[in-house]
Design a protein around this ligand. Structure first.
Ligand code: ADP
Ligand code: MG
Length: 694
């Protein structure tokens, strides 16, 4: 641990990246690969074979014995199946082989992944295909090949394919706009993403003693400890040794995999931490975030810790989210959300900004749905996370500019003049962000947007697919108008001010947690979908289906499949949690309370015999008795609620939300009351104090 780490030397050393390819592959193979990337053409077999051979030699030198097609099924995590390189020679020996065919295409036995009805049982096969824009890497003795996952009939069964499609779409539409502003160079526009990851670390032995943590990733019971996070003594505090050793180890592993792990610090809650990488293109950022989450878990185990990625592991303590920083930049490195210095640059910036505002307003429910999960329901709308209502924070400067554009078109007093985009000089837009409004779900932070509604455990693919697609949609509408315009400047002026006028209701700078905002948002006509059950029906609204199919991100069938999977997963998670509660309450909590009550009874009886006062014990016993009755009844109610879940998925989701979740809360109240009354030595599992202040 104390050796000096040569970071530039180890960085990316386990990745078969472009530099390694150039060095390792025959010239014509390398060129062939480059050409396919540039044109999107399929790899010729000869090129695939050449790459496979180079990869195999490189990977086996790094100790790999296996290869795996690594993919991102609709579960939101990753999947892999490992095959060894061995091939028999016929005389009892083996050689290590890996062909272009094996590199490019795989057929995992993947019939158990959720397909949302996309694969009929008679054709359950799924295929994987290498995504040659993502680099292969070596991890844990295997060569990992990032792949897309699709069905026999060609439907996408994963999160990578639609993400790649959305990146192409937004690129094409953004390039159209750039051309109108005289940019002839840019060939591609790339969505850039930096995802800040929050997580909790707990001691492994304590975790192992709690069934709720093991089965559901969060505590379903637990009285609030005498000390919480009110002192704010953890936020950015000194990192304890065990944790900093974990972080060092984690960074090293991530750097070896070419992941730009940059910032680490303690977060608001006790035992909570954050890791932020430097941003990269959306596809790589998504792959990297999956690796970050997986390696965090593995690395924690090595340090006798457990990494919790759940959105709300502890009640009364801040939950974990993921801030998705998103922007667009050109292949020449220009950030399209950087306000410019000249009027024309500013006009271009305003077009992109306006498109974003319009897209978020028009598709607020779509964005909301991409972060709707059972676990994120605990966060959105609670005091530490953004509310479930989507709005955009721009900061005072931009607000003022937008307001003047909106007012300008209606303006009648001649001496004040009209603010004309692209003609008159706009005020220089400062790059300062001044944004410390933590309550905003979508905040402009100088040259990018920070989408803060994501849950800590979720894949970032869905939200980025949505951001790219709504942006592509609005830009394409703008380009349609502007390409035909006779007078570009006035068409631009009209379009920007008109669009801002229509969509400025989505802009909000105040406190997103306040009740006042909820009321105001309703008056503005913004949608408020507090739970997953409320949100998901809007996912497959005609407007959203039209959007994703128009841009070829999903077919309608593919899109409906996602909806079915999200719904199913919501219902399953609530049911698993409820069953775990019934089990723990009935088999651990009730017996503990009864044992303690029995001992109290014995004490009281003994004291009575000796005519000693037992007023305290008796009062305590009465309280215990009231709550054990309460617990028993609450267990029965929850069981009854569970037995009534309707079979149809959408009905089940509403029922879970309206009947099962309240029954779970009622049970928890009784259990937590018993915890505070019961002698700790009787309690069957570690308490919040044990877990959070170890
Ligand atoms: P803050 O401290 O305000 O949250 P930082 O500047 O530290 O913001 O950046 C937070 C995250 O945003 C980092 O992951 C960073 O790499 C990422 N980021 C910065 N610029 C961009 C950009 N142009 N596109 C996407 N992400 C970006
Ligand atoms: Mg941030």
């Amino acid at each position: 641990m104390s050796e000096i780490l040569n970071v530039p030397e180890i960085f990316g050393s386990d990745v078969f990246n472009e530099a390694t390819m150039k060095q390792r592959l025959p010239e014509h193979i390398y060129r062939g690969w480059k050409e396919c990337i540039a044109t999107g053409m399929q790899l010729p077999l000869e090129v695939a074979n050449g790459i496979a051979e180079g990869m195999k030699v490189w990977a086996t030198e790094k100790g790999a014995t296996h290869f795996t097609h690594w993919f991102q099924p609709m579960t939101g995590i990753t999947a892999e199946k490992h095959d060894s390189f061995i091939s028999p020679t016929g005389d009892g020996r083996v050689i290590m082989e890996f062909s272009g065919k094996e590199l490019v295409r795989g057929e995992p036995d993947a019939s158990s992944f959720p397909s949302g009805g996309l694969r009929a049982t008679f054709e359950a096969r799924g295929y994987t295909a290498w995504d040659p824009t993502a680099c292969a890497f070596v991890k844990d003795g295997s060569l990992y090949i990032p792949t897309c996952f699709f069905s026999y009939t060609g439907e996408s069964l994963d999160k990578k394919t639609p993400l790649l499609r959305s990146m192409d779409e937004v690129s094409r539409e953004a390039v159209r706009i750039l051309r109108l502003f005289g940019d002839q160079q840019t060939k591609r526009v790339i969505p850039s993403v930096g995802a800040e990851q929050e997580y909790f670390l707990l001691p492994k032995d304590m975790y192992a003693k709690r069934e709720d943590l093991r089965l559901t990733g969060r505590t379903l019971f637990g009285a609030v400890p005498p000390k919480g996070q009110e002192l704010d003594d953890h936020y950015f505090g000194t990192i304890r040794t065990r944790v900093s050793e974990f972080m060092r180890d984690l960074d090293e592993q991530l750097w070896r995999l070419g992941i730009l792990s940059k910032t680490k610090h303690n977060e608001g809650a006790p035992c909570q931490h954050e890791l932020a990488p430097i941003y990269t293109n959306a596809n790589t950022a998504c792959d990297d975030n999956q690796l970050i989450m997986a390696i965090m878990k593995k690395c924690a185990a090595k340090h006798n810790l457990v990494c919790l990625l759940h959105e709300k592991p502890f009640e009364g303590v801040n939950g974990s989210g993921k801030h998705n920083n998103w922007s667009l930049s050109t292949d020449t490195g220009k950030n399209l959300f950087s306000p410019g210095k000249t009027p024309s640059q500013n006009a271009q910036f305003l077009v992109f900004l306006t498109a974003f505002i319009a897209g978020v307003d028009e598709y607020q429910d779509f964005l909301r749905c991409t972060v709707a999960t059972a676990s994120n329901d605990h966060r959105l709308g609670a005091h530490e996370a953004p509310p479930a209502i989507v709005s955009i924070f721009l900061g005072d400067e931009l607000n003022a500019i937008i307001q003047s554009i909106i007012d300008g078109t209606n303006y009648t007093e001649p001496e004040k003049g009209v603010l004309r985009i692209g003609v008159d000089v706009l005020p220089a837009i400062p790059r300062d962000t001044t944004d410390r409004n933590r309550t905003s779900p979508v905040a402009f932070t100088g040259n990018k947007f920070e989408f803060r509604m994501l849950g800590s455990s979720q894949s970032i693919a869905g939200p980025n697919i949505a951001l790219n697609t709504i942006m592509a949609e609005e830009l394409s509408r703008f380009a349609d108008v502007l390409e035909k315009a006779e007078d570009f400047d006035s068409a631009l002026q009209h379009m920007v001010s008109q669009t801002l006028k229509e969509h400025s209701r989505i802009i909000f700078s105040g406190n997103g947690y306040s009740e006042g905002w909820r009321q105001e948002a309703a008056q503005r006509g913004l949608s408020n979908l507090p739970s997953t059950a409320d949100a998901l029906p809007t996912y497959i609204s005609r407007k959203n289906i039209d959007l994703v199919t128009r841009h070829g991100i999903f077919t309608e069938t593919e899109f409906r499949a996602r909806h079915a999977i999200h719904l199913d997963s919501y219902n399953k998670i609530i049911k698993i949690e409820a069953r775990t509660m019934v089990d723990m309450a009935g088999n651990q909590i009730l017996p503990a309370a009864l044992r303690y009550s029995k001992d109290l009874c014995d004490t009281i009886r003994g004291k009575k015999n000796l005519e000693v006062s037992c007023r305290g014990e008796t009062a305590l016993l009465r309280k215990l008795a009231a709550h054990t009755d309460g617990l028993y009844d609450a267990i029965e109610s929850l069981k009854k609620a569970l037995s009534g879940v309707p079979a149809e998925a959408e009905a089940a989701s509403h029922y879970c939300r309206q009947v099962v979740v309240p029954a779970m809360s009622a049970l928890r109240v009784e259990a937590d009351a018993l915890e505070t009354l019961t002698d700790k030595s009787y309690w069957p599992y570690p308490t919040y104090s044990d877990l959070l202040f170890y």
